[in-house]
Design a protein. Sequence first.
Length: 701
Amino acid sequence: MSVDTSTIKNPLLIGRGLPPFTTIKPEQVVPAMTQLLAELTEALDQFEQTLEPTWIGLVEPLQTLQERLTWSWGIINHLMGVKNSSELRQAHETVQPQVIQFVNQLSQSQAIYKAFKTLQQSPKWPELDAAQHRIIEAAIRDAELSGVGLEGDAKARFNQIQLELAEISTQYSNNVLDATKAFSLTLTTPEEVKGLPPSLLSLAAQSAREAGDEQATPENGPWRITLDFPSFGPFLKYSVRRDLREQVYRAYISRASDGDLNNYPLIEQILKLRREKAHILGFDSYAELSLASKMAPGVVAVEALLEELRVVSYAAATREFEDLKAFARSQQAPEAEDLKHWDIGFWAERQRAAKFAFTDEELRPYFPLPQVLAGLFGLVHRIFGIAITAADGQAPIWHPDVRYFQVANETGEPIAYFYLDPYSRPAEKRGGAWMDECVNRAKLVQQGTSQVRLPVAYLQCNQTPPVDGKPSLMTFSEVETLFHEFGHGLQHMLTVVDYPSAAGINNVEWDAVELPSQFMENWCYDQATLFGMAKHYQTGESLPEHYYQKLLAARTYMSGTTMLRQLHFGFTDIELHHRYQPGGQETPNQVRSRLAEQTTILKPLAEDAFLCTFGHIFAGGYAAGYYGYKWAEVLSADAFAAFEEAGLENDAAIIKIGQHFRDTVLALGGSIHPMEVFKAFRGREPSTQPLLVHSGLVTIS
């Protein structure tokens, strides 16, 4: 019998362990996925004939089959986000239809669905634990939401919709990346860069060098401004040239809205297809379909929470805008009576500097990435009892900037690992920040021996890269983002659930998944944590105490405006997925403009194409779920309040509560409903009060 060596030659077919990133090439994608899908189709046919309605005879072999696909396809999707190229896109586009076809076949398997139903009703059901019950119930629900009950034309149309949605969402995401890359503004005179801080001048000169101006320097230019956030954000805050701010702002808000990269037609198609999909499954709207697997009981409950927060934040945002205009007037700004969108960041930064006597740029030297990591790792050691150490060189990486770390428990035994890809790379890496799973925790039996497979996480940020021999000097906002993503990572890495389909973030309702991430952001304002990481990159001097007091004072600056912005996105998302009629009286953009009357102070400009870059809902997992950030923020603020009530300086109490948080929120994953997990930690249901207090929108009574 001849041995097929292609599985050895193609690294995408290894199927287990850490991805061998250094040997993976785009040209390997099509042959690997073609072979894998053929093998999986055959394996599925065989499994359907031999499965038994028991945990060992159904759930475990199904998990093994699913993991063969998610290992290979997960690597390809990961690389699409961090090492995008035309060759990889072409390969992804070629095999994606076959992947969707197989996923539909698997999720609509009558044999598997009936076996799950049989298991649920069998005498063996009471012998299974609560986590197993949740997994089986979720499998039945997901099969029903995936069209397992459909037949004939309805099934064929549903599967066609699934395929079209996947292709359109990928195209949408690619368009955003390309449109962001397409614009740049090269400045050549000192007058054009007036007001820009040294960090941005260095970044802009480096960007100019990368674009071909080899002699560019921070002092003499030329300076290249891009729509990548480490460039765009500071430019709007600091450039004194209002005309250039306007030019850059208009370019930013109109991305992916015309020409070959126009996402407007794709948005219409996505909304139309999602609505049709929901109707096929018997739901009145896609929002109802989305909420069928979430923590919120329905659209009414979602909108009630958003409205409760909107009323408070709209009033606060109105006051903040009037205050900003008054401040601009006090500075004799000619635009004070007619502040535009490109003025808000500029004047807000000046008002904040005047109110609290510091700027973002002053703090950067105190937040070099290595020191921030040391502080973050010190915090999680203090409150969760885990030790994080560098493990660079122990795992293949996809870019030289990527780091690899080990997480160990109190006895020094490794319990997890994670990759950190911290810097912005606009040419190949999508914007934003995210956590994703590389390897899930699982208990496996191999050659008669039971062992735990340790979880591995991907942590992605897009912060300011090292420039001109300096380390990455972070803004405080970038520090918060790192803590946020690390919170997601902690839930993935500290799980104690041994079933991979309920370990970490798996089987956690989507609107509860932001709890640990938003919880971790609060620690950036904890005195011990902040002073543990805020050290000057040259002198090692700690952040002066007065800066800490100013940071605390500034924490709620413009918080009404910030919250209202998130609510605007949440309302728009729900409206588009619940009441919007494709081809009806309004376009999606008109829906957004109508909602903006109640959810924005400064109405969007005519060319504002925000929906064309709203990847969370059109190319990510947040469709009819963006409200989840606020839903989970209520949970996270209330969870952090438990530490505040004990006293953040009370080390013994903090350690005890931290262990309790680890044992519940971080450990239990999707094995228990998130409301039960929250009540297990807090002893009661959540309250909105801590969030409003943290935001400075109500005072403690």
